[in-house]
Design a protein around this ligand. Structure first.
Ligand SMILES: O=c1ccn([C@H]2C[C@H](O)[C@@H](COP(=O)(O)O)O2)c(=O)[nH]1
Ligand SMILES: [Zn+2]
Length: 167
């Protein structure tokens, strides 16, 4: 028994794995200010992923990316949020009892979609808009619908580096 090779010990946890995938998905976002990725999981299997971006078929170069100005000259009316994209892209129609990993705490519209789709647990990293009414409304609905939300610790030490020897 003593001479047997032992398993690796510094492997990442399930939470780190799924949040890592959510963050990797966010790297596809064209939003210059906030990139959000989401990953839906059931029985430790990924069943949906998404990031914030324009609806399919809308050109990334034909719509504004501004934060301020006339509403129609900003990105806000046009972007599909990461969580909604993950729900809409899901390979399963039944998301009941699933979990969602998302880089940013969900807004009120995403909270509605999460509740309606049957997702029961949210894991998030950033809560940078916690003082805004939109995100307060989100928490009110999630609490009332018994959807739990847990902030995961920052994962600064997960770096995706491909070892040249790997190839
Ligand atoms: O629940 C959410 C909330 C926001 N997003 C996206 C929408 C926008 O692309 C950015 C936020 O942009 P700011 O410049 O930080 O206002 O995040 C999302 O995907 N999900
Ligand atoms: Zn949202």
């Amino acid at each position: 028994m003593e001479n047997l090779t032992k398993k690796r010990e510094n492997y990442i946890s399930w939470d780190e794995y799924f949040m890592g995938i959510a963050i990797l998905s966010s790297k596809r976002s064209k939003d210059p200010n906030t990139q959000v990725g989401a990953c839906i999981v059931k029985d430790n299997k990924i069943i949906g992923m998404g990031y914030n971006g324009l609806p399919r078929g809308c050109s990334d170069d034909s719509f504004p990316w501004d934060k301020e100005g006339d509403f129609l000259n900003t990105k806000y009316p046009f972007i599909v949020h990461a969580e909604l994209n993950a729900i809409l892209n899901s390979i399963k129609s039944d998301l009941k009892g699933s979990k969602i990993y998302v880089g940013l705490f969900p807004c009120n519209e995403c909270a509605k979609a999460i509740i309606q789709s049957g997702i029961k647990e949210i894991f998030y990293l950033s809560d940078k808009y916690r003082d805004s009414d939109i995100f307060k409304a989100s928490k009110l609905m999630l609490d009332n619908a018994n959807v739990t939300y847990t902030q995961l610790p920052p994962m600064k030490d997960i770096v995706l580096q491909i070892d040249p020897d790997y190839i």
